[in-house]
Design a protein around this ligand. Sequence first.
Ligand SMILES: [Ca+2]
Ligand SMILES: [Ca+2]
Ligand SMILES: [Ca+2]
Length: 156
Amino acid sequence: MQYKQACEHTCIDETPGYRCECDDGYELTADLRTCSDEDECILGEDNCTDREICVNNDGGYDCVCKDGYRSTASECEDINECENGTVACDGNAFCNNTEGSFFCNCNDGYEGNGFLCVDKNECAEEDPCDQNAICTNFPGSYNCTCITGYNGTGEM
Ligand SMILES: [Ca+2]
Ligand SMILES: [Ca+2]
Ligand SMILES: [Ca+2]
């Protein structure tokens, strides 16, 4: 004849009777006999940092670096996307590393989202030149040239 094991993990003798205990990371279920995993992440019992995500597993949990961070021996540190070559800012943009992320900014004279920057056509948008000057657009900037008979910078 086979007896069902009284406790799934540990049986504590208590005369009269007994009670069951569960290993660390588990909690006793309603039947007071079997054990189920504790979700430390939901219970807030994890010690993950704010650079990490808590991932529950059976009998414990893991702290995993969030996106934008990489794991070192002791912690998760910010990835400098601007230096590690994973970022493709536009050739006419500069890269800014930030905590957990990064962004690209178009250089002066260019417009776009930083990943794609196009020359700003200053002459078309708001003619910056004097009314007696001709505006010439070129990549990254523009030029004002006085029309014949006028002198000056050409700027307004
Ligand atoms: Ca767990
Ligand atoms: Ca970063
Ligand atoms: Ca331009």
